[in-house]
Design a protein around this ligand. Structure first.
Ligand code: ATP
Ligand code: MG
Length: 222
C-alpha cells in the first residue's frame, strides 16, 4: 500500500507539532531550519511531509495531495471544511480570535449606538459571521497581514486578529475588546484517504489522541 503524506507549515505549527511527532516515533531526516526541500522524508518509509503555507494546508488535504494536515482552526474556518475530516483538536498553537480597537476608541458605545464600523481582517469570513451574529452591519476590509496598522492610519475602526500575549496590540496602542473564539491547531484528514489508507492513518490517529490526552492531563496536574 502507498504511504501517507502529511502537510505542515513552517514556524509555529511545525515547532509545536514536532514534539507530538517525536512522541509518535516520527522523525524528519533533514533539518527543517536549513533544508530548502518542500518534500521531506522521515524515518518511516511510509510517511513523508510536505511544507506549505499555513493557509494552503486545507487545500492540499481537501484535494488529496496530502492525506493528513495540521491546521489552525482560524485557517479551517476561513477555508471551509468540505472533504475534510477533523477528528482531533491537537491543543497546540493556542491563541484567541479577538476584536481589537485603538485604545482611545469607545467600541462599546459605537456598538450600542449602531454605528457602522469598518473592520479590517485577514479573517473576513470569521469576522462576517461574528458581526452578523450580533446583528451588526459592518464594512469588511480584506487584508493579508499587519492588521494592527489599519486602525492607526484610519483604514478601519477595528480589526479581527489572533492574539496570544497581547504584546503586539499593546505596542501599537490597541486593545482587545471582544473574544470571538479560542483557536488551536487541528488534525485534518482527507475523507477518501481515511478509508483507503486506514491501516496507516488509524493507528497514527490513536497515538496522537493518546498524546494529546496525556498532555492535557499532565497540564491539569501541574
Ligand atoms: P504566513 O506567515 O505564511 O502568512 P501565517 O501567518 O498564517 O502564514 P503562522 O504565523 O505560522 O502563519 O501561523 C500559523 C498558525 O498558527 C495560524 O493559522 C494560527 O492557527 C496559529 N497562530 C497564529 N498566531 C498565533 C499566536 N500569536 N499564538 C499562537 N498561535 C498562533
Ligand atoms: Mg504569521
Amino acid at each position: 500500500m502507498a504511504g501517507i503524506t502529511i502537510a505542515l507549515s513552517k514556524g509555529r505549527i511545525f515547532e509545536e507539532t514536532a514534539p507530538l511527532l517525536r512522541a509518535a516515533g516520527i522523525f524528519l531526516l533533514d533539518d527543517l531550519e536549513t533544508s530548502r526541500k518542500l518534500i521531506l522524508a522521515t524515518n518511516r518509509t511510509d510517511v513523508k511531509f510536505i511544507i506549505v503555507r499555513a493557509s494552503d494546508v486545507p487545500t492540499y488535504v481537501q484535494h488529496g495531495a496530502a492525506d493528513i494536515g495540521i491546521s489552525g482552526k482560524d485557517v479551517l474556518l476561513e477555508h471551509g471544511g468540505a472533504g475534510l475530516y477533523q477528528p482531533l483538536d491537537l491543543n497546540i498553537a493556542c491563541c484567541r480570535m479577538m476584536v481589537a480597537v485603538r485604545d482611545n476608541f469607545d467600541y462599546e458605545s459605537a456598538v450600542r449606538y449602531g454605528a457602522r464600523l469598518r473592520i479590517a481582517s485577514k479573517y473576513v469570513r470569521i469576522a462576517h459571521e461574528h458581526f452578523a451574529g450580533k446583528s451588526m452591519h459592518v464594512d469588511l476590509i480584506k487584508l493579508y497581514g499587519s492588521m494592527e496598522l489599519a486602525p492607526l492610519v484610519g483604514l478601519a475602526d477595528a480589526i479581527v486578529d489572533l492574539v496570544s500575549s497581547g504584546d503586539t496590540l499593546k505596542a501599537n496602542h490597541l486593545v482587545a475588546v471582544e473574544e470571538i473564539m479560542p483557536i488551536s491547531a487541528h488534525l485534518i484528514i482527507n475523507q477518501a484517504a481515511l478509508k483507503l489508507k486506514r491501516k496507516i492513518i488509524q493507528p497514527m490517529l490513536e497515538i496522537f489522541s493518546a498524546i494529546v490526552k496525556e498532555n492535557s492531563t499532565a497540564h491539569k496536574n501541574l
